[in-house]
Design a protein around this ligand. Structure first.
Ligand SMILES: NC(=O)C1=CN([C@@H]2O[C@H](COP(=O)(O)OP(=O)(O)OC[C@H]3O[C@@H](n4cnc5c(N)ncnc54)[C@H](O)[C@@H]3O)[C@@H](O)[C@H]2O)C=CC1
Ligand SMILES: Nc1nc(O)c(N)c(N[C@@H]2O[C@H](COP(=O)(O)O)[C@@H](O)[C@H]2O)n1
Length: 222
């Protein structure tokens, strides 16, 4: 058993989630950022890949006091669990995502000295041999009570999850800009499908800020 997995992202009109500089680009408008906050607050856990931690240094916490109180009233911690997929335990010790409530998922290849240092700042979950085994990680999260997992990128982690059939829904805000560049990260990077592309079903399309919010359901092949 695994949690319901929702990928949320913001991309430019040409499908990029950042520029070739790989630094955070503000694509979402204020209304979309509020929506993202609500999605976080409604999730049991929020996950990113190491590339996003290094590029954006996200907190992955719920910033709105009202939404944190809303969670507490429901008997859950102020913030969802924060998960980082990081096979070799390279998360910088000063990363803002670390602290109580953060799990760094590593593989058995992660060096002992890195694990020792990181384990002072977060919980460590060992899943997989060479790379984090995402299915194993999701099953572990389910056993810990995670029923709804929000994934906030980036393109490499999104690809691995989609390739392995571990995603149920994709929400993407398409912002009013062109970023361009063949080396700029896109919503889904990795190797890509040569054929038998993952099919999606459009659930809704809504105009928000100066862009479009698209919600897609991932179609399971029979
Ligand atoms: N506009 C948006 O909504 C968002 C944009 N971004 C952007 O995306 C870029 C980062 O994306 P990426 O470099 O693709 O990094 P990523 O965030 O997808 O992390 C990839 C890394 O995760 C680790 N990992 C461990 N196990 C893995 C597995 N089984 N499969 C895949 N990765 C695994 C590896 O170290 C891998 O290099 C940044 O430029 C950031 O600004 C990131 C999140 C959201
Ligand atoms: N929804 C959305 N819109 C954008 O324009 C973005 N650049 C991102 N990036 C993601 O948001 C994370 C920021 O997290 P904190 O607010 O620091 O907790 C960042 O890491 C990306 O995952 N998202």
């Amino acid at each position: 058993m695994r949690p319901y997995v929702l990928i949320n992202s913001a991309m430019s009109a040409d499908g990029k989630i950042s520029s070739f500089l790989r630094r955070q680009v503000r694509i979402s408008g204020s209304e979309d950022l509020l929506r993202v906050e609500r999605l976080r607050a409604e999730s049991d856990a929020v996950m990113v890949g190491l590339g996003t931690v290094i590029a954006d240094d996200p907190t992955l916490r719920v910033k709105s006091e009202a939404l944190r109180s809303w969670r507490l009233e429901r008997g859950v911690p102020e913030n969802p669990l924060r998960i980082v997929a990081d096979s070799r335990a390279r998360t910088p010790p000063e990363a803002r995502v670390l602290g109580p409530g953060c799990i760094v998922a590593v593989s058995r290849y992660a060096p002992e000295d890195r694990l020792k240092e990181l384990s002072e700042r977060c919980e460590i979950a060992i899943c997989g041999e060479d790379r984090v085994d995402l299915r194993e990680l999701l099953e572990m999260l389910y056993r810990r009570g995670v029923r709804r997992l929000m994934v906030e990128g980036g393109g490499t982690l999104n690809w691995s999850l989609i390739e392995q059939g571990l995603v149920d829904e994709i929400c993407v805000f398409v912002g009013p800009m062109v970023i361009g560049g063949q080396d700029a990260p896109t919503l889904v990077d990795g190797r890509g499908f040569p054929e038998n592309f993952q099919r999606l079903e459009l659930e809704s399309a809504e105009r928000i800020d100066d862009g479009l919010l698209l919600k897609w359901r991932v179609v399971r092949s029979a």
